[in-house]
Design a binder for this molecule. Sequence first.
Ligand code: ATP
Length: 200
Amino acid sequence: MFVVGLTGGIGSGKTAATDYLTTLGVTIVDADLASRVVVEPGKPALKAIAERFGDHVIAEDGALDRRALREIVFADPDALKALEGITHPAIGQELRNQIAASKSPYTVLVSPLLFETSQKELVHRTLVIDAPAELQVKRTMARDHVPEEQVAAIMKAQLERTKRLDQADDVVENHGSLEKLHGELDVLHKLYLELADNHF
Ligand code: ATP
């Protein structure tokens, strides 16, 4: 299966892009969603987290208490490493399963952490959705009703824009209308269909 990894900073338009690719019949595998699936009650990763961090990170209904866990790993890099040692392999396996189950001509793996994790090893080509920082802030504030400082803090923690662009095979500049975004994706979709055809 030919896999395109799609990434970009907060509010760049990853979801706007994958929503459109879905309408073209492309299967989207979402790393954010997979990261939640692997810690659902009954899943091995949740059990491993409880064993490592204690039962107080499990809420009464059996679900992961994300806030309790966040408080532990926030100020403790070793704890964060241990957590990622549990979650990253589980997410990787979930993504591989979903990619294997895809029936579309090619599959898009969308992940905000594509370049920062071993998820990049799952893809054959990378597409960055890029937008100017001011627009990322404006769009995210309007979408999530959050203050500018909060968006700026998340952007600071994310990979630098230039580093992301350096690693991209393809870049869509999403600073115009949605129609313009769709038009650029139409061109790439044709290219990816061709690449998928020649991929064994
Ligand atoms: P996150 O990383 O936070 O999940 P994202 O990269 O998925 O963000 P989107 O949710 O797709 O970003 O876009 C952010 C907001 O900007 C959304 O409300 C979306 O509808 C809007 N948006 C995206 N692209 C455009 C565009 N070209 N024109 C107008 N609005 C846009």
